[in-house]
Write a protein that binds this ligand. Sequence first.
Ligand code: DGL
Length: 268
Amino acid sequence: MNIGFFDSGMGGITVLADALNFFNSQNFIYYADTKNVPYGIKKKAKVKKYIFDSVDFLVDKKIDGLVVACNTATSIAINDLRKRYAFPIIGMEPAVKPAVEKNNKKGKNKKVLVLATELTLKERKFNNLVKKLNSRDIVESLPLSKLVTYVEDKMFEEKKIFKYLKKKFKNIDFKEFSTVVLGCTHFIFYLNYFKKFLPDDIKIIDGNIGTIKHLKNILFNKGFSLNEDNKKNNINFYSSKKSDKDYKKFIFLLNYYNQNIRRNIKCL
Ligand code: DGL
């Protein structure tokens, strides 16, 4: 099957890498809108146009399904995308539901901190989700937009990342929180830094595994089986800048993720 992956830039690699680790014999086509990244600090109408242009590009590549590996794009365009295209479309949203459930199970009157882009946090989709879960009193949020640019710049200097986190978290008392949600696919590149920076008892969760599970169910419904013919996955990469530099960056970040972050999800 031809499975399209789309993100504003390189953040969706964290989802793709988890998918590559789980599937075999599939054809993955990744599209990064490198001309327009970051989305999260731009106007919604502009970003919506970027998303449709990007998905149209993937449609030309004859995809059978699409993973919108971007919380920001999902929050502003998933409904319109589903109206426009007939193939299955899997979106991503900050993993607030599992975070709130985990938090409430612990029963210690603690809170959940959602980290995402400005646009995701401003959007109706996120706010409706929090409302639906009756969790307005226990969910707080904070945009960490700069981390998107850091990933795009391949910036993994611990000192610089910690300095930024320290500044952004200066008014947060982590004693009040049980869980942190990484609600932007770019942020997952810094999972190890978050683990090191945050107090040990803070749970850190993201939506990648849930997304892979969802993709698996959709593929199974289409009659695909995991050990189809046990061939290696094939990956094609495209970007709106169409530059060789983008391809090199994609390979660098995919390797970085596989070497430092990749989770074992064979048991899904
Ligand atoms: N990776 C994207 C997300 O999950 C957004 C990055 C951006 O601001 O472009 O929200």
